[in-house]
Write a protein that binds this ligand. Structure first.
Ligand code: NAD
Length: 437
């Protein structure tokens, strides 16, 4: 479809995945199968949702690709970096998420996706030991090598645009440090000085992507692009950013249930979330320094929805706990339990409980988010949008927001969906609105 507001999606879109593990390969296999007409893109809003445009007599329900010019799945060229040499085919089999009958029909295409050497530092992911990694004298040099990879991939695959998306392991927790992460000049100086304490490998990927004019999406909770220096760089380069941490299972439920409690003025005494999972992500998150990054992301969710200043009697004393347990027998099939202690009429003495047992499949939930984030990031770039894309918060557990200006993140899934639909409407030349569908 054509649009006056968004450049057309002409040519091929290169999708470079950082990490070729369970989530990436589930995304890749599914995308290749769907474009052959052999799979259902369930969970993908860009492929399946219909959005209302116009009101009253004018109203119409259209698929997103009929409102704005989205890249066609047939035009995606996928590449990756990983610390292991397995091709997408080998890695997909190893991940044991999709069954061989869903992998074999696209075997040839998967075998051609051979990972490029990774920018990796074992102090950031202590549980992984891979040898397919770059050597560089500094973080700056590492970013330069990644820039070359992006340029080479773009030329070799004849792509008109590139999006880089992080679906690699969660890095250890590093706090925001004003002396390094606030301004672009300080960030670049630290990269050149090889400041490994403050500059993570993921920051090198993000820096390289932005430098090459490619939108960057952060699917893990890493600090990475969640710093003013990266926003400054993205602004300068006219590059959109989205992050962080795919909102897939338990957190998705939280951002649905918490608004229900607030709407009904029900109080919350405590929310305990725990889960078992046995994939490599679970193994990485078993290390306390990596779990800390995930914990901060998962804990951020309910405070802004259940505001203690707005409703002190209901939300001033919430005990919120999040646990993750590495349990190999379950593989990618995570089981998540949530217990909510709630109260209402006549207070805490008449407490009630809600229990959720979510038997999910981690990568099956995350893969469509990867596809949508890639397509939306590319759309945003062609629409001339740059910096943090708050309208994409819908897909993210810990949506980026300019905390230096006191801007609060929006966590409520339904508010996020309104923001998402309105951005699509505006890019499609329709009026934004808040009418309930
Ligand atoms: N599946 C979900 O529901 C979900 C939800 C939110 C976030 N995530 C995040 O998505 C990420 C991927 O999850 P997964 O299950 O695919 O994990 P995985 O362990 O199967 O895959 C991660 C891959 O990244 C590679 N890797 C690690 N560091 C790298 C680096 N610096 N450069 C290149 N490659 C690197 C690893 O070798 C591995 O192959 C994790 O950070 C996870 O926390 C997943």
């Amino acid at each position: 479809m054509e649009s006056k507001l968004v450049k057309p999606a002409d040519g091929k879109l290169g999708v470079l995945c950082v990490g070729l593990g369970a989530v990436s390969t589930t995304f890749i296999v599914g995308t290749l199968m769907c474009r052959k007409g052999m799979g259902l893109p369930g969970g993908s809003i860009t492929q399946m949702a219909k959005i209302r445009v116009g009101r009253g007599q004018e109203k119409q329900y259209k698929k997103i690709g009929e409102i704005v010019p989205l890249a066609d799945l047939k035009d995606l060229e996928i590449g990756a970096w990983d610390i292991f040499t397995d091709t997408a085919y080998e890695s997909a089999l190893h991940a044991e998420v999709l069954k061989p009958h869903d992998i074999e029909p696209v075997k040839d295409e998967l075998q051609k996706i051979v990972p490029m050497t990774a920018a990796f530092d074992p102090t950031y992911v202590s549980r992984l030991h891979g040898s397919h990694v770059k050597t560089a004298g500094s973080r700056w040099e590492l970013a330069e090598q990644l820039r070359e990879d992006i340029r080479r991939f773009k030329a070799e695959h004849n792509c008109s645009r590139i999006v880089v998306i992080w679906a690699a392991s969660t890095e250890k927790y590093i706090p925001y440090d004003e002396t390094v992460h606030k301004s672009l000049a300080d960030l670049e100086a630290a990269m050149k000085a090889d400041d490994r304490e403050h500059i993570s490998p993921s920051m090198c990927y993000a820096y390289a992507a932005i430098a090459e004019g490619a939108p960057f999406v952060m699917g893990a909770p890493n600090l990475c692009i969640d710093i003013p220096a990266m926003w400054e760089f993205a602004d300068k380069q006219n590059v959109p950013l989205a992050g962080k941490d795919f909102k897939t299972g338990q957190t998705l439920m939280k951002t649905v249930l918490a608004p229900m409690l607030r709407t009904r003025c029900l109080g919350l005494a405590g929310w305990f979330s725990t889960n078992i999972l046995g994939n490599r992500d679970g193994e990485v998150l078993d290390a306390p320094e990596n779990f800390k990054t995930k914990e901060v992301s998962k804990l951020s969710v309910i405070d802004t929805i259940l505001d203690k200043d707005e409703q002190p009697d209901l939300y001033s004393d919430i005990f919120h706990k999040v646990r993750i347990n590495y349990y190999p027998p379950r593989g990618d099939n995570k089981e998540g339990w949530d217990n909510l202690d709630i109260f209402g009429w006549m207070g805490r003495e008449y407490g009630m409980q809600i229990k959720i047992d979510f038997l999910c499949r981690d990568s099956i939930l995350a893969a469509p988010l990867m596809l949508d984030l890639v397509l939306c990031a590319d759309l945003a770039a062609r629409a001339g949008r740059k910096g943090i894309q708050t309208w994409m918060s819908f897909y993210l557990k810990s949506p980026m927001h300019d905390y230096t200006r006191g801007i609060a993140p929006v966590h409520d899934l339904f508010q996020q969906y309104v923001m998402f639909k309105n951005a699509i409407r505006e890019m499609g030349g329709y009026e934004a609105d808040e009418e309930i569908d």
